[in-house]
Design a protein. Structure first.
Length: 225
């Protein structure tokens, strides 16, 4: 049976009843080789003229592994979210909404871990609370990962149990939001890095160009904030 908006918003997720429409891009064709990044990386290191050495090989291998997983979870989360919105099933909608959130949280984890690997565990992607896309990705990931601690300290919208939830615009928590276009931007950035590092012979120049571009964009974003 269908539940009232009050029940959904208070017993499942903040403003669940207001999650009524979303534009979530299909990111399955961002890069023509995205299905083969890890395979190309492996083969180029086995048989190519230039190979990565430790710990770069380990870091980049796991970046690509997490990138593949992030794209996969995004696709599932997108399908689950749009299915919930376009094919209402009142008897199952609560569970379908939760399923979508589960896959979005998995995406957050894989995406942030990917950037952590390519950054070799160093805080290179943002300044504390700078409001950049990757800072907010990290905040949402941490809120999902440490939801039990957030609940214990009362950092959630009572009485709703979820610490990360869906809105028409994207993903939200009490301290961060990411829009669906920003999530797509994250995947584009990930694809650009993956495309570069799959080829050890040319990676250095490509990654330097990319990081310089990201730095310039980040400075522009912060100055506009």
């Amino acid at each position: 049976m269908p539940f009232s908006a009050w029940v959904l918003d208070n017993y499942v997720a903040p403003d669940m009843s207001k999650f009524t429409a979303a534009s979530i891009d299909d990111m399955s064709q961002v890069d023509k080789e995205q299905a083969y990044w890890l395979a190309n990386f492996f083969l180029n290191n086995v048989a190519g003229p230039v190979q990565y050495v430790s710990p770069n090989y380990q870091q980049f291998f796991n970046f690509l592994r997490r990138s593949h997983a992030a794209f996969a979870e995004y696709a599932i989360a997108r399908e689950a979210s749009l299915g919930y919105l376009t094919d209402p099933r009142p008897d199952r909608d609560v569970l379908r909404y939760i399923e979508a959130v589960n896959h979005w949280e998995a995406f957050l984890g894989y995406a942030w871990q990917a950037f952590s690997f390519v950054g070799r565990g160093e805080p290179v992607w943002f300044q504390p609370k700078d409001g950049s896309v990757l800072q907010r990705l990290n905040a949402l990931y941490n809120r999902s990962k440490h939801a039990e601690a957030a609940i214990e300290r009362g950092d959630y919208i009572e009485p709703s149990p979820l610490c990360v939830w869906l809105t028409n615009a994207g993903l939200s928590s009490t301290d961060a939001t990411l829009t669906f276009p920003e999530i797509a931007e994250i995947l584009v950035q990930m694809a650009q890095i993956a495309s570069a590092i799959q080829h050890p012979a040319s990676v250095q120049s490509k990654v330097k160009e990319y990081l310089a571009e990201i730095g310039e964009n980040g400075e522009n974003d912060r100055s506009d904030a």
